[in-house]
Write a protein that binds this ligand. Sequence first.
Ligand code: ME8
Length: 521
Amino acid sequence: GSASVKAEPFVLTTPLYYVNAPPHMGSAYSTIAADAIARFQRLLGKKVIFITGTDEHGEKIATAAAAHGCSPKEHCDTISHAYQMLWKDLDISYDKFIRTSDPVHEEIVKEFYSKVFSKGDIYCADYEGLYCVNCEEYKDEKELLENNHCPMHLKPCLLRKENNYFFSLSKYQKQLEDILAAQSDFVQPPFRLNEVLGWVKNGLRDFSISRASVEWGIPVPNDNKQTIYVWFDALLGYVSALLKEGEEPTLQNALSSGWPVSLHLIGKDILRFHAVYWPAMLMSAGLDLPKMVFGHGFLTKDGMKMGKSLGNTLEPKDLLFEFGSDAVRYFFLREVEFGNDGDYSEERFINIVNAHLANTIGNLLNRTLGLLKKNCESTLGFDSASAAQEIPLKHNVKELVEKARIHYENLSISSACESVMEIGNAGNLYMDEHAPWSLFKQGGASAEAASKDLVIILETVRIIAIALSPITPTLSFRMYSQLGYSRAQFEAVTWDDTRWGGLKAGQVMAEPKPVFARIER
Ligand code: ME8
């Protein structure tokens, strides 16, 4: 029944980012998208557990620390902190920030490793292969460019030979095929499923889950000469994150607080780890599988993935300083169709943000409040429900809100933004067609009609504020304040409040001031 659906938490995760370098716009992109989804689910009334964090072990991190002349731990503290600060500046409403260097995480990894070991899925063998340190992954020669260069990082892979512990991935080939067939929405967007099916059908090879050459990692239980492979360790961060403060770090405790994850949100670069390795590891340990893995596209610069390893990144801090959090969030979520790649251009950024946030929404609210101040002492003369008996705008808004909801549900975030912006267009059209400023001049019944029109437009703006709040939380709050609501009232809002009829006669609006400053160049 619906009660039990509500009680089940919506657990979503971002990747746990490597701390080899500070966050860039690519890392921010995944986190912003996850935040929009988390906020939307909360509006629906779900209990949300939104997990993010940092992936701190392995060769790549140890090398980065050494290059900065500090210990791995110091280096991790600094960079992990930089992530947390950026998430604050971007209004990221995470519930849990997990660091894989956290001792409770180590306990979870060891327990999990031992479970997989007892299952008979771990064995020792020699391995020789080409390793990309930036991917932290052994590569097949046929996926590499000339001279064994990694296609993602354009750096040579190194020939490595080690005696390692291996995970029997190949044992899970059939079960993975069955799951991918039965649970056809496990991998999203749908076109990425083919990629995953391709890997699985090509045959799964066991992979090495320990390193003899890497000190900065979690020791293999019963063999202190090796550390656990960073990916085997990091994926379990999603489990450790569920532990409550001070709770004994056991798998059982962690799993009882929200497992399985509803949605792993990741970039397409790490789809194989999440859609092949991870489910197999979980099956081996007898744990439930996540419900969905969504692999989004890349922010690119000149067609190449923007990234720490290539050093072609866009600085989120610069963008935030210049344009603010709402503009940054809105631009990337609106401009990039979620799932596909997208390129950044400053010109496009400024045009879109000005047209949508400053003009369509900000201006509409501001000029309506200006008219209300001049003609009605900033006080609503009607309930929005009675002001708008059977007008087409009301029905149009209702349909667009429903469209936005469905788009959010389907993770079509850009389309959700579009539907909300159409509400804004409808409000502007209504304003221009009714021209309340001239009706006020006529006085009498016309002035009364004008004052109803203002209520109708403000109700439209109120609904926009809620429907856009997963994307632009600060702007939405400003809009709500302008409409005379308190912070507490804004925070209590749910998606149900997008129903027409919230504004009531007698409500006093705030002193009109622009909610979004136009970006000038
Ligand atoms: O892979 N465009 O960490 P990472 C869009 N530690 N998204 C991008 C991006 C870009 N140009 N660049 C990075 C790791 N991302 C592992 C994860 S999970 C248990 C361990 C985003 O710091 C995207 O989500 O390299 C990508 O998957 C992730 O950052 C990689 O982050």
